[in-house]
Design a protein around this ligand. Sequence first.
Ligand SMILES: NC(=O)C1=CN([C@@H]2O[C@H](COP(=O)(O)OP(=O)(O)OC[C@H]3O[C@@H](n4cnc5c(N)ncnc54)[C@H](OP(=O)(O)O)[C@@H]3O)[C@@H](O)[C@H]2O)C=CC1
Ligand SMILES: [Fe+3]
Length: 552
Amino acid sequence: MSDGLSDVSTGLKQESVALCPLEAAAAPQQEPLCIFGTGDFGRSLGQRLLQAGYKVVYGSRRPQSCGPVPPGTQVMSHMAAAQSASLVFLCIHRENYDFLETLAHQLSGKVLVDVSNNLKKNIYPEANAEYLQKLIPGGHVVKAFNTLSAWALQNGPADASRQVYLCGNSTEAKQPVSEVATKLGLSVLDRGSLNAARELEDFPLELFPVWRLPLRLTLGLTVSFYTYLFLRDVIYTYVTEGKDISFRIMVSLANKVFPIVSLILLSLCYLPGVIAAFLQLYRGTKYKRFPDWLDRWMLCRKQLGLIALGYACLHVLYTLIIPIRYYVRFKIAESTISKVKMNQTSTFDTSVAWRSDSYLAVGILGFGFYILLGITSLPSVSNALSWREFSFVQSKLGYLTLFLCTLHTYLYGGTRFLIPSTYKWCTPPGYMLCLLLPSVVLSAQAADSPALRGPQPDPHPKRLGEERRRGRQQKSAANVDLKQPIPPVNMFLVQTSVMLLYCEKLTFYNIYNIVIKYKIASYQLSGITFSCSQGLFNHFRCCCYYLYVAHL
Ligand SMILES: NC(=O)C1=CN([C@@H]2O[C@H](COP(=O)(O)OP(=O)(O)OC[C@H]3O[C@@H](n4cnc5c(N)ncnc54)[C@H](OP(=O)(O)O)[C@@H]3O)[C@@H](O)[C@H]2O)C=CC1
Ligand SMILES: [Fe+3]
């Protein structure tokens, strides 16, 4: 490789003194960087290199009549430009690479930076960079800068486009490219040999890859619950009462679907952690990798949480507009007028007031913590937290948020589950369905708590902290390999917890059955069934609780 490479980052661009770094002033004989192609990308890159203090020469098919180039740069023929530099950026499309074969001699021994992308995946048998290496076997091809856009280069990279991935077979060739990128204010991630080039070329073609699964899930849940509630509310009322309440799909149904989906998504953020903990308990080791599906699920928890927060915000907004809705104002006015007409008064029910206020207060608290969780997931905030702080917010506060939001929903339901008319067409209301998952997650988390597992060893703060804080490297966070043994598990307590959970599940089914039977008709019969089964069942449950508490 040319010796001139070592000087690449230390020179001075004479015409742009104001933009040059101070130390560069001592090295007037700076070797220029060469850019082939005076198109959008070549121009933007040249501009940034000039600003960083580099000298730039362009290689063009028409040096005299090419497009505009940044002032202070030189434009030459490809051959002359290649001879003047040891680092060449190829800012031309792959389809036009053929002419480079004629320059194989001049480009031999030089570092050739391939920035090209394709319009689709897999349209060529090999990656562009590999193709370039074939055309110029004596060159040192490095794939880099292709994930940046000309626009981002021109405007200065924002957070999202600060990363430069590079790969190449020669470590010496990657060194100056990485230096240039660092000097442009970009952070470099080495992806290994040129075999990784295809992967890098596919990056810009991906559209929100980590958001795909959470968005699909959200869409699926939203559509399913909308349809379910539409059938239960609108169609049911139309069929049974002949009333058209289709206008409710705009606000009422939306304001039911948003909190339901939000709560389910929030539970789905914590469910993989619970599954992972139980999987480790079951396997008895932390050294085994998690299955791929669990890995992928864990990687998109942040996205799931952010969508859940978005839905919670929508629920809050929709709730705030309730008093100004025509339907609500009409209903209030109608009931007031009819009471006045009939000279009726209503008594104030303190228990209802308590329930309503608690339901609202718990909801507001839950929403406050929700927002806190969302804010701490921002890289700028999470980077300022230590591992313990981040873990505390995301885990402890996360569970507290889930608990408060679940409690909010339970309080909203109150004793409505005992009213037969709640089960339209024998189906439970939406809020009841959405309580299932968070209840399971919270119970499983309680079962997996230190009380049951004994004292937990501290995670390795450095390794875990770094992994967690860097969202881009979440992959390994899912399969953290802690060199620590699993604490002993108190299997008795786990078993009794499972039995208790089973009992509580039975309670729900029992009550549900009673209500349905009651609705069908034979109240007495169901009452007897209830008292028999409930009596036996309660004995069993009491035994479980006794054993559980006694053991604790
Ligand atoms: N634009 C962007 O945001 C990004 C672009 N890229 C990659 O950068 C490369 C350049 O893109 P961009 O600048 O947008 O494209 P442009 O079409 O704007 O420029 C391409 C340049 O290639 C040169 N060229 C065209 N035809 C030939 C030919 N037959 N033989 C030799 N040279 C030719 C021309 O320069 P001249 O007339 O001086 O010879 C032309 O200006 C592409 O590979 C693209 O994939 C990568 C990331 C982002
Ligand atoms: Fe609510």
